[in-house]
Structures are given as structure tokens and as C-alpha cells.
Write a protein that binds this ligand. Structure first.
Ligand code: CTP
Length: 404
């Protein structure tokens, strides 16, 4: 969005509605025309008069209000909007939106409008984690709705975790100070994902438990933010996310070659693959027979793809992962510094942890800072990570004198 655009701000019923007053003020200050539509429940938290005073425009609540409908009918109001933002978006409203209900003014406008829609969910952490909400969010995201947040932290109800509406300034910068196509519009992102397989003989290999889910979710999240995405994937059984170019490889050496053959023009490199560190030195051309009682396998080191990319002169912004069974922060810091990365996400792996599971928790570190992302499904985690990458990448470019 840019100054002069028309923003329709939908406010639904939640305590975070108070933050939307500041949101409306900041959008006005940034030169947008802002009209507010509130759900009935939202008016219990903040009065329409507050938004009216801030925006200088009448606030609408009721679909069947003859006076307002005479001034600007709801279809006209939907057409007026260049962008729709629902903030806060309650669990109930997300459910209604996902199901295409049109039982009040705001939900009706969502169906009428063809403008891009963003939502800033805000709710209790358990409501956010509930399978019903997860499904609604996935449905909306699949339909192209941009999901802003939620942020993680203390909640009004006393719980802690994901569910807070992002701060007003963060929402404004996400919607206004990124390119029209998304935060990573015009940027090329390359990711590695999944395991690699190192052949022992034509039928056997050494590999690991990586499912590729985190890398694929990240590829999808970057694509949704407008990036051109190249995903170099080891053997996984996952569908390619929409708009993502996929290069399939098997071994670490093939992954290495695919990365370096396609690295030109890449702005960000994300090493999410669980690359086998070693490969059999002399893979047998024939199936190995069990003739002997003992067998020894000699292994040699594979190239460290991420470290090699990070070592390039004028190379891309590099973001890696650290899978650890202990001393998480210490090991992750050592990898951040040792490989010369801009950012690293560390997680504990082991039985039922990290690899081949639906959920994960991450500790994200960069030189001089860190944050924790609590246990959540990998798609939400990917969206949160992409937000952190956007911030770190923007800082990185500013240090180099450019901009996102
Ligand atoms: N990585 C890579 N190439 C390798 C090994 C790792 O690109 N040959 C990348 C992974 O994609 C990940 C990061 O490096 O982003 C860390 O991988 P990890 O296995 O946790 O660490 P290693 O560097 O292999 O160290 P170690 O196995 O000793 O813990």
C-alpha cells in the first residue's frame, strides 16, 4: 500500500481492538484514507466514536443501517477499498471468514471485495493452537489472505505464547514499507530441504529422519511474501508449494552442485536440509553380499553447503539451522560464528523431537540478538521465521546501504 490508497480496517471483538486505534492513527499519518467497519462484539471493547475521531469518517457496524446504506452502500464500500485489513481478527471471525459466512457487515464485505486481504489474528494461545483455528488459518492462507503474526508473549488473559496482535507499527511497516507483492517481492530465495541419501551400494544408503516439512513450509512462506523461490530438495514425499521451483537431488554432492549451479542472483540462502555430513568412500557398484561376519564402511566428509555459500564474497544473506541433541544455544552460536551466518534457528532433535514431526520449537539467533519461537506447527513457525528473516535481512541491507 502507499499514500493515497483506501484502506478498509475491520475491527473484530477482542481486547487487542484497543491497538487498532493506534493502527488507524498511524495509517492516517502515512497518508492512507481509512474507513473502519466494526463487528458488534468489537464495539464492546472500543466505541465507534473513537475510530470516527481518529479517521474523520463515519464508522459502520450494521449491515442494515438505512442512513449509511443511503450514503455509501456496502457494495460500494467494498469497491472503494484498495486493501482490507482485519485487525484484530478474532478466532470467531477467522472461522466465519474461512467458511464464507456473510452474517454481518464486515463478513459480507469480505465476500464482496476483490481487494487483497490481510488479517492480524489475536486470541488466547490455546484458541490459536486449536485444530479448528489451525485449519481456518490454512484455508485463508491458501486463498491468498496474508496472515500478520500473531506475536508471541504475555497475553491479557495471563497466558503466554503465540496469540498477541503484532504492535501497530509492525503491521504498518509490513503493509506499507514492503513492495506491493510482499515483503520479499523482487528477491530470490534459495532453500535446501529434506535429507540426503549417501549410497552404500545400488540398494542401500545412509540417511536421516528429516521429512523436509520445515524447508517446504519455509519455501511456501517466502513465496507467499512475493519471493522467487528455488527449493533444492532431497528425497521427500511432499508436494511442491505453489509458485516454487523445485530441484530434486539425492546425495549431498548433488545438492551441493544443484545449489552452486543455480546460485546466481540469489539474495537469500536458507540451509534447511539435513545434509549427511559423511558418505561412503567407495560405494559398491554391486549389491554387497553378506559373506563376512564383520563389515567396515569407510566414510569421507561431504562438503558443507551452507558454510561454502556463506564464505562467498558478496554472497547472499545466509540463514541456517542447527539440529542438536544438547547444549542448544552454545552449539548454535558456535555454528553461527563458525560458518559465518547472518542468522541461525536451533532446535532440539531426538525421539519425537524436531525431525519427522508436525510441530517444532526454535531458538533463533543472529549476531547480537535472539528470540524464541514456542512449540507450534511448522507452517506457523515458517511464517514467524520469514518475519524474523525480513527484519534481519532489512537490517543487513541497511548496513550495506540498500533497502528491502
Ligand atoms: N549443512 C549444509 N551442508 C552440510 C551440513 C550441514 O549445508 N554438509 C547445513 C544444514 O542445512 C544446516 C546447518 O548446516 O542449516 C547445520 O547443520 P547441522 O547438521 O546441525 O550441523 P553441522 O554443521 O553438520 O555440524 P554437526 O553435525 O557437527 O553438529
Amino acid at each position: 500500500m502507499e499514500a493515497g490508497n483506501n484502506l478498509l480496517l475491520g475491527v473484530t471483538g477482542g481486547i487487542a481492538a484497543y491497538k487498532s486505534v493506534e493502527l488507524a492513527r498511524l495509517f492516517r499519518k502515512a497518508g492512507l484514507n481509512v474507513r473502519v467497519v466494526m463487528t458488534d462484539a468489537a464495539t464492546r471493547f472500543v466505541t465507534p466514536m473513537t475510530f470516527q475521531a481518529i479517521t474523520g469518517e463515519a464508522v459502520r457496524v450494521d449491515l442494515f443501517d438505512p442512513m449509511h446504506e443511503a450514503a455509501m452502500g456496502h457494495i460500494e464500500l467494498a469497491r472503494w477499498a484498495d486493501h482490507f485489513l482485519i485487525a484484530p481478527a478474532s478466532a470467531d471471525f477467522l472461522a466465519r471468514m474461512a467458511n464464507g459466512l456473510a452474517d454481518d457487515l464486515l463478513s459480507t464485505l469480505c465476500l464482496v471485495s476483490t481487494a487483497p486481504v490481510s488479517v492480524a489474528p489475536a486470541m488466547n494461545v490455546n484458541m490459536w493452537k486449536h485444530a479448528a483455528t489451525r485449519k481456518n488459518i490454512e484455508l485463508l492462507a491458501d486463498r491468498g489472505v496474508r496472515i500478520l503474526g500473531p506475536a508471541v508473549g504475555e497475553q491479557a488473559c495471563g497466558d503466554s505464547g503465540p496469540g498477541r496482535m503484532p504492535e501497530a507499527a509492525e503491521i504498518v511497516s509490513a503493509l506499507m514499507y514492503s513492495s506491493a507483492e510482499g515483503v520479499f517481492g523482487g528477491k530470490k530465495v534459495m532453500l535446501t530441504a529434506g535429507p540426503t541419501r549417501e549410497a552404500v551400494d545400488p540398494v542401500r544408503f545412509i540417511s536421516n529422519r528429516s521429512s523436509g516439512r520445515m524447508g517446504f513450509a519455509l519455501a511456501e512462506a517466502f513465496a507467499r511474501e512475493g519471493a522467487e523461490v528455488v527449493l533444492v530438495s532431497g528425497p521427500v514425499s511432499l508436494d511442491t508449494p505453489p509458485g516454487v521451483e523445485r530441484i530434486d537431488v539425492v546425495s549431498a554432492q548433488q545438492m551441493h552442485d544443484a545449489v552452486f549451479d543455480n546460485l546466481s542472483g540469489v539474495d537469500l540462502f536458507v540451509g534447511c536440509a539435513a545434509v549427511a555430513d559423511y558418505r561412503p568412500e567407495h560405494p559398491s557398484g554391486q549389491k554387497i553380499k553378506k559373506n563376512a561376519n564383520r563389515m567396515e564402511l569407510s566414510l569421507v566428509r561431504n562438503p558443507d553447503i551452507l558454510a561454502e555459500v556463506a564464505a562467498l564474497d558478496n554472497g547472499p544473506f545466509t540463514f541456517g539451522f542447527a539440529a542438536e541433541t544438547g547444549a542448544l544455544e552454545e552449539n548454535a552460536k558456535a555454528k553461527l560464528v563458525g560458518k559465518g551466518l547472518h542468522m541461525i534457528a536451533a532446535n532440539l532433535v531426538g525421539e519425537g523431537l524436531g525431525f519427522d514431526v508436525e510441530e517444532n520449537a526454535l531458538q533463533v539467533l543472529w549476531p547480537g540478538g535472539e528470540t524464541k519461537l514456542p512449540m507450534q506447527d511448522k507452517k506457523s513457525l515458517a511464517r514467524a521465521l520469514v518475519g524474523i528473516v525480513a527484519q534481519q535481512y532489512s537490517n543487513h541491507l541497511h548496513q550495506q546501504g540498500g533497502s528491502v
